[in-house]
Design a protein around this ligand. Sequence first.
Ligand code: G6P
Length: 588
Amino acid sequence: MCGIVAYAGDERAAEIIYSGLEKLEYRGYDSAGITTLCDGSFYTVKRSGRVLGLSQYLGNMCGSTGIGHTRWATHGEASDINAHPHCCNRFAVVHNGIIENYSAVKVELVARGHTFLSQTDSEVVAHLLDEYYDGNLIAAVNKTCARLTGCWALAILCKDYEGFVAVRRGSPVIMARGADGYFAASDIPAVAACAEEYCVLEEGDIALISRSECKIFSDGTTSVSRTFVPVEKEQTDGLGEDCPHYMLREIRSNARTIRATCEKFPLAAGGGLYERLRRADKIVLVGCGTAYNAALSAKRLLCGAYDGFVEAVIASEARYNPPAVTKNSVVIAVSQSGETADTVRAAGILKEAGAYLVAVTNTGYSVITRIADKVLPVCAGVEICVAATKSYTGQLACFHLMASLPDYSCRRRELLRVADEVEKLACDELNSLRIAQLCVSSRAVFFIGRGGDADVATEASLKLKEVSYIFSDGYPAGELKHGTLALIDEDVLSVVIICDQSLAEKSKNAVEQILSRRGKVAVVTTLKSVYDELESRVSAAWLLPPVPAHLSHFVSAEALQLVAYRTAVLAGRDPDKPRNLAKSVTVE
Ligand code: G6P
């Protein structure tokens, strides 16, 4: 949700910032901009569209200090004018977050003679800095922040200072240093190529950074030091002919993620986690999007393992209507990025109410890890595609292990066997393409299943709509007859997931009900008997590896991730960067 990069060093800033922005595009990609500072003058380029649109202008931007931004629009449409940086006299600013009181501040500034160019909330920051600046940069930043409500990560240039200021209030900022200078950014991938060490700015930190100095003020005035740790240079395979998109590459990493999550779990699971869960009066899972869908599966797994009442709640709801918890409750925040504002907020509220907070996350240095009592790592590695795939699989693996405490060795062996099946399945083209062809020619696609298959149906539907823009819905198969049947006709596809023998007869009833109304049906099943019975009667049937029902979500979810991917490609969409979406949603 907007990415910021700032640099002060010995090299040309424009190119360094541009490379950083390319790495942050998963945070928003509707417009981008860079300002460099050279001999007291600003050089700015900002354009609607992808970061790539800036590349042709970099050669004209001198200076070894600068700031850049890739935007996910909140206030004001995606346009050149609304793109960041926003400038006012001596100041240029990039912003990630929302300035909630921007409207009132703007009215006041306009009355004082300021002229605004954009419709953004962010532009007020540049004007306030200009208003408060009397030669003391940090004082102006402090006064500006004191006037604002909402959340922000800022990078600021001032023509009088050959460096930049980075500010963290509610939105993440890391600072990094390398041989050629200092950086600030929304996330580590932006600086991983050039920096050796990084530190995470704490809430309220203001950092004053030039090529030779880095001062951090914890409350705007008190100088503090933060601990720098080495940047882990993650090896990511490049895209190639056999893997033209990150989404496919990441689906193909599902197996590796299960194995890595199993490997790291023992280290993380100690410290009384089992006792907490065993004694919990209540276990509350919170998350958004795919993470919430993983929480639905987790609810089934944990319900079967522990005595306490288990519920899964959507974080944006829990944030305003939090479930009752006590000091004996365990709250599990599920988040790939660990940054999602709704999840962090809901988790914080429940922790404040006394609950023990566990974070299940793929990002070890994220906001959620800083407030959690315990962190359980999902070892998916950096996930670049906006639609979550391997992180969902890793979350499921983590929940299986949590549900098998204290002795999870047997489940671990099962997971490692499933990983082998998942690995083979990821190479499928024929079956996923067949169903994708049906999806792309349908007006709508419904995913249905019973029990654990219903949770996979919910996630499969989200995946398809995110990347293909085809209307879809996913829910328990039994609900079909209570409304959705009214929508079934020959242009609508229903994907029926049947992986639990004990529920197969009832799911087959749903297939009959759809076929009787001329609806198209695709069956995805781990059960040979179901496949043999339905294969000749439906538009497509996919027989998945015969894994036990309690583990089948690994293979059915992966199969439907492939279907979503191939549908997006057939429909001519960019699966890695779906329109209107962003990966880290840091606004509420
Ligand atoms: C955004 C993404 C979704 C993701 C959700 C939760 O909406 O587009 O794909 O599932 O955020 O993200 P998190 O990082 O908290 O798992």
